[in-house]
Each structure stands twice: as C-alpha cells, then as structure tokens.
Design a protein around this ligand. Structure first.
Ligand code: EPU
Length: 335
C-alpha cells in the first residue's frame, strides 16, 4: 500500500475528465483498508468511477477500492448464495454468473462500474433492479474500523436509491455484496419491449439466461455509448415522478408523451424524452454533448472539463423546467 502524489484521475472516471488527486492509494485487501483507516479518515472513495462527474481536483486522500474475489457461501439444488468483493468489475461478474448458469442478473449485463457500488444507487435496467437479488451488504465503518452487515431490508432500497446515498452517506466503505441467485427455474424477465423484440429477431422462443444477457448487451450497445470510446456516465438524470394530474395536462399538449404509472396519484415520465423535446439530443457544445441515440446520456467527446458538462446539465435542467415545469434530478454524483 503506497500513497502516491498528484495522480491524474482521467482513467479512473468513465467520463474521462482530467482532474488530479493530491494523494492517491489503491487498496486491494481488507487488511490494508483497516490499516489505512487507523491513520486516515478524510477519504474520497473511488470505485469504478462510473457514476461521478469530477469538476475539480480532489484534496482528500483518494482511495481506489480494488478488493477482488468471489466466494460461494452455500448452495442447494435450486439456489446459490455468493459473496463478491467490492473491487470486482460488475459486468465481468455478471458474465461469470451466466457462465455458471446462475440466474437473476442477466438483465443487468454491461452496466459499467464495480460490484461494491451496485447497491448505492440500486442499479437497474430492463425491468430488474439489483435489490431483487442482494441478500446483504458488508461495509467498514470509517470512524471505528468495524465491519457492519446491512441486511437487504436495512439498505432501504428505492429507485436509484438506498441508505448509502442518504442516512449513512460517507460513513461506510462497502467491502462486499452478497447475492442469492437461481440455479434452476430461472425467473426470466423479458417483458421489457426491446428484449422481446431482440429475442424474436433471433427467433428464440425459449430463452436461456445467456440469450437474455446477449439481448440486453446488444440493446445497450445500440443505444448507449461505450465509455471506452466516448466518455459518459450512463443516465445523467433520474426519470422524474410527477403528479398524475400534471401528467394528464401534459398529455393533452403532447399526446405522444411516454409514461409509466407509479400509483393513482403519481406517474413517471422518461427524462430522455423531455430532454429530446427540448432539442438537446445529439447536440454538441465544444467537447461536451448529449448522446445522439439517448438524450439521457451526457458525453465527453474528448477533452471537456467536468464543469463544461455540469453547465450543460444545468442548462438542460433549466430548459426542461421552462418548457414542462418539471425538475430533473441529477443522478450522477457531482464532485
Ligand atoms: N426516449 C426518448 N428519447 C430519448 C431517450 C428515450 O424519447 O432520447 C423515450 C423512449 O422512446 C422510451 C422512453 O423514453 O419511450 C424510455 O427510454 P429507455 O427505454 O431508453 O429507458 P430510460 O427510461 O431512458 C432507463 C434507465 C437506464 C436503463 C433503461 C433500460 C434511468 C435513469 N435510466 O432509461 O439506466 O438502461 O431504463 O431499462 O432510470 C443508467 O442508469 O445509467 C441507465 C442507462
């Protein structure tokens, strides 16, 4: 464990924004983490860097959580319980599960980031959220160095939300996440329109978890930019939930507005649609831009600064508010 000085974070954030860490350390074992916490408490935790927008250099000690390892806790004929250390890459873990025929995570294929951060924003895609398979999350309390277990119910999972973004934000370092996955009778979730279409195109009537994963991978590749090619952080905004009353008013003016009913009183509308209606889709401002195939994704074409991207986000929020009277909430962590 060596603390390095003045390290560029460009390759550690999927936006590919150039910012510097005054001090930087990569941690690859629990032991090193516990040792570090004896002397350092004021930390900036970095994982896959897939949900942050860096707008300035980091003064705190940047700690890259790189603890690897997957273990099988127990299994029977039907299910397997796994514990996965934080530093494992999410998509590689999903692919490994599929190779073992462990079901439950196939719809979450190709999501950037690491396992340790998946519970923080309760990653979700194509009708599945990671909370549906998580049994517990283990985390070290920064103040005391104690290992604490959060059972699924204690994580207070919601849409792109959990206790780790709220009550205990900044107090814990997630060290591992445990999952319960299926070995037989996989509960496939193919109801999401685009998955059905992708399976039909391949004439697959009785899909395996690998077929579903392949379908998700091809849909994501067709809509979402690969961070290795164009810097981005996935959905930049959350899909807003508005009152059904406001939704019905909007629908009169915009009959094509897509929506998902949340309850009698509330309706979710896709932020991507709102941003597109405001004319931002595919627009480029210097090296910052809005993706041409999915208006919910802001991109860094090459050398945009975090501030340029943030300013673009603010101007999108303002324009969407002026047109629709809807507040778009930023989903990415602005640093
Ligand atoms: N839409 C537009 N214009 C756009 C983008 C979308 O009109 O530029 C419309 C689509 O036509 C569709 C609706 O919006 O009617 C929904 O679009 P899509 O299916 O692409 O999903 P989304 O709601 O925009 C959410 C997640 C994604 C996830 C997809 C698929 C959030 C904030 N985003 O996007 O998650 O992959 O559903 O399940 O909930 C991420 O979090 O980084 C992410 C990519």
């Amino acid at each position: 464990m060596t603390i390095l000085n003045n390290i560029s974070l460009k390759e550690y954030n999927t936006f590919g924004v150039e910012c510097y860490a005054k001090r930087f350390v990569s941690i690859d074992s629990f032991y090193d983490l516990q040792q570090l916490l004896k002397t350092e408490k004021d930390l900036f935790l970095l994982s896959g860097g897939s949900n942050i927008l860096l707008t300035k250099d980091i003064e705190k000690l940047v700690v890259l959580i790189n603890i690897k390892g997957i273990s099988i806790d127990r299994e029977n004929k039907n299910t397997v319980h796994l514990t996965v250390n934080s530093g494992e890459n999410w998509h590689e873990f999903v692919l490994w599960c599929i190779s073992q025929d462990y079901g439950g995570l196939e719809n979450l294929s190709l999501i950037p980031g690491n396992v340790g951060t998946c519970p923080i924003q309760n990653i979700g895609a194509y009708g599945v959220e990671v909370k549906d398979t998580i049994t517990k999350v283990e985390a070290i309390e920064i103040e005391t160095g104690k290992l604490i277990t959060f059972a699924n119910a204690e994580c207070q999972f919601g849409y792109r939300n959990s206790i780790f973004k709220n009550d205990v934000k900044g107090k814990y370092i997630i060290t591992s996440v445990s999952f319960e996955l299926t070995k037989t009778n996989h509960q496939l979730n193919t109801s999401y329109g685009a998955i059905e279409v992708a399976l039909q195109e391949k004439k697959i009537t009785n899909p395996t978890i690998k077929d579903v994963s392949d379908a998700v991978i091809s849909i994501r590749k067709s809509k979402l930019p690969d961070p290795k090619e164009i810097g981005n952080s996935g959905s930049f905004f959350k899909n807003p939930v508005i009152s059904t009353e406001q939704f019905l008013q909007l629908q009169k003016e915009y009959p094509a507005i897509p929506s998902y009913k949340i309850s009698e009183a509330t309706t979710k509308v896709p932020a991507g649609w709102l941003v597109e209606q405001c004319g931002f889709k595919g627009k480029r401002f210097g090296d910052a831009g809005v993706h041409e195939k999915q208006a919910l994704v802001l991109v860094n074409y090459a050398n945009a600064s975090g501030l340029e991207i943030y300013n673009l986000a603010k101007s999108i929020q303002q324009t969407v508010f002026n047109k629709f009277k809807i507040d778009l909430e930023i989903e990415v962590n602005i640093i």
